[in-house]
Design a protein around this ligand. Structure first.
Ligand code: CMC
Length: 427
């Protein structure tokens, strides 16, 4: 049988071209041979927002958006959330396989022993205004870390990269907790080594006068699951930013600050904060029909609904709903949950949302849980950024090791003025 190919006839010249089809794609560069004449640059594709362009091959995360499937390195996210810890999943995402006992011990030790930040980072963070948005502080502080590790720009060295990967995964909870304490005017709490990744994070967030803070095991476990669900999501906006910035061979701290900035937007990881604001504005289930009418009239979006890839229930949202029940056993029921449940019920029966295949995404319920845990809305995007650090770094590492990748540099279709001369000026 002949190799799969696509035959294109250029009706401008009458010439035909056979383009190889590989993995359900044709190579955009193969179009370049299609020219009107020798002077012609060659055909390009036009794909704003990269809606139909595979920019990379990746072995990290698989999503089937129609079936609502999410897998990390082949394992369904449901199984990982049920049976593994976040640090095990982080290892899996970064290195391709689950760690054995010894590898997990070494990995946990390494992450636990890099959680401290330089005292000057603390001083730097203290310079922020008392009410600075935690995500703004997070992004700036991650960028600032590059100045503490100048060797990190040696991105071609695998050992060096691994050192920065460990540092980043270890330090993001510390930075995140400091942003929260700063907003509250509370003294910063140093990490401790005898708690789990999420247990230590809760300790740095919530320790007050107690001699020893003991995290609630249900909340610690719930947070671990939330972190697993947020760890990676293939080529989303922030992963794409991480790869694009990293493709210039800048250090991973600078690249990750850019990725975190992309996450901050309300259409991406900032959506969880917007969901809470929306639910608070709706205030009462009886106001939902009016709210939905407004959304359909284009007055705003139903935040936490819809996804570029999922055209079915986001599998993460399903797991989060279950986690919410466990958390509310401890914290008491968040009254916004009733509004969210009713909003989901009404939306899923409405033609507008059905015809557009709009379902709840990961952000629809996560904020309700974070609020029940005592976190302010502004912290929600930061809560997304901590576990996504793993995904960003895995995507970055894969990009660096991929011989086909080069500096990211899309083309454009120039639609501006054609060449013209400046008007004559006096004198
Ligand atoms: N509420 C109301 N209408 C919506 C929504 C929504 N949340 N999402 C999409 N639509 C409509 C949209 O107006 C469009 O309608 P029409 O065809 O009449 O113009 C249609 O559905 C298709 O939407 P789109 O904007 O072309 O879809 P997209 O793939 O470009 O956008 C999205 C995906 C996630 C940005 C979008 O669904 C959205 O803005 N959702 C709300 C924000 C949100 O929850 N973001 C979190 C995403 S999940 C976490 C993460 O991984 O970042």
């Amino acid at each position: 049988m002949s190799e799969p190919s696509l035959t294109i006839t250029d009706n401008r010249t009458g010439k035909s071209y056979a383009l190889a089809i590989e993995d359900g794609t044709v190579r955009a560069m193969d179009l370049r041979q299609i020219k009107r004449d020798a002077e012609d640059f060659g055909l390009m594709t036009y794909d704003p927002a990269l809606m139909n362009t595979a920019a990379t091959k990746s072995a990290i995360t698989f999503i089937d958006g129609d079936k609502g499937i999410l897998e990390y390195r082949g394992y369904p996210v449901e199984q990982l959330a049920d049976k593994c810890t976040f640090l095990e999943v982080a290892y899996l995402i970064l290195f391709g396989d689950l760690p054995n006992e010894q590898q997990l011990r070494a990995w946990t030790y390494d992450i636990t022993h890099h959680t401290f930040v330089h005292e000057n980072i603390k001083t730097l963070m203290q310079a922020f205004r008392y009410n600075a948005h935690p995500m703004g502080m997070f992004i700036s502080t991650v960028a600032a870390l590059s100045t503490f590790y100048p060797d990190a720009n040696n991105v071609g060295d695998a050992e060096n990269r691994l050192a920065q990967i460990k540092r980043l995964i270890a330090k993001v909870p510390t930075i995140a907790a400091y942003t929260y304490r700063h907003n509250r005017g509370l003294r910063y709490i140093y990490p401790v080594n005898d708690l789990s990744y999420t247990g230590n994070f809760l300790h740095m967030m919530f320790k007050m006068t107690d001699a020893k803070y003991t995290p609630n095991p249900t909340l610690e476990h719930a947070l671990d699951i939330l972190f697993i669900l947020h760890a990676d999501h293939e080529q989303n906006c922030s992963a794409n930013a991480m790869r694009a910035i990293g493709s210039s061979c800048v250090d991973p701290y600078s690249a990750m600050a850019g990725a975190a900035a992309a996450l901050y937007g309300p259409l991406h990881g900032g959506a969880n904060e917007e969901v809470l604001k929306m639910l608070s504005r709706i205030d009462n289930p009886r106001n939902i029909p009016d709210f939905i009418k407004g959304v359909k009239n284009g007055e705003g979006k139903l935040m936490g609904f819809g996804h570029r890839v999922y055209k079915n229930y986001d599998p993460r949202a399903r797991i989060i709903k279950r986690v919410a029940d466990e958390v509310f056993e401890v914290t008491g029921r968040n009254r916004l949950l009733d509004i969210a449940l009713e909003l989901e019920r009404i939306a899923l029966e409405d033609e507008y949302f059905i015809s557009r295949k709009l379902y709840p995404n990961v952000d629809f319920y996560s904020g309700i849980i974070y609020q029940a845990m005592g976190l302010p809305e502004a912290m929600f995007p930061v809560m997304f950024a901590i576990p996504r650090t793993v995904g960003w770094l895995a995507q970055w590492q894969e990009m660096i090791n991929d011989p086909e990748q080069k500096i990211a540099r899309p083309r454009q279709i120039y639609i501006g003025q054609s060449r013209r001369d400046l008007p004559k000026r006096k004198g």
